[in-house]
Design a protein around this ligand. Structure first.
Ligand code: ZN
Length: 147
């Protein structure tokens, strides 16, 4: 019987979810931490070839928008914001330079474990009820996003 050893050499895309704390591991923002605001899954590249875009972990097309990280500066004109802000006071957006977090490839960030506080690789585990959860490789705690 050929038992395949579980080799996890391929830099598999960790499942990052909205609300996770991540640390940037490369690029100009390396070392910064932030909370994932959004996960952007791009559909499989239109230029054919590889099919399947597998659920959960499609290599490649996943980007994340992390609060305060990978900031792009947008130049804007002053304008009046909506009145839906706190207290109903009209918010005047002063214009000038607006800082917007841009999506970055998920491979550039690492999830920070909320239990032990270390950047970690994600392991997967299946609970008795069949639910798949993400688990910290350092401390073994589940990394579920409280929502
Ligand atoms: Zn941990």
């Amino acid at each position: 019987m050929a038992v395949r050893t579980a080799v996890t050499r391929s830099p598999k895309v960790p499942e990052v979810r909205k609300g996770d704390t991540v640390v940037v591991i490369t690029g100009k923002d390396a070392g910064k931490r932030g909370v994932v605001e959004r996960v952007v899954r791009r559909e499989a590249a239109p230029r054919g070839g590889r099919s399947a875009f597998r659920r959960g972990s499609s290599a490649g097309g996943v980007s994340v928008v992390v609060e305060g990280v990978n900031i792009a500066k947008r130049h804007t004109k002053p304008r009046q914001g909506s009145t839906s802000g706190v207290g109903g006071a009209p918010r005047i957006e002063p214009g000038g330079i607006l800082e917007v977090a841009m999506p970055m490839p998920v491979s550039k960030v690492m999830v920070v474990c909320s239990s032990c506080g270390k950047p970690t690789r994600i392991a997967h585990a299946t609970l008795e009820n069949g639910r798949r959860v993400r688990v910290c490789r350092h401390c073994g705690e589940q990394l579920e996003v409280k929502s």
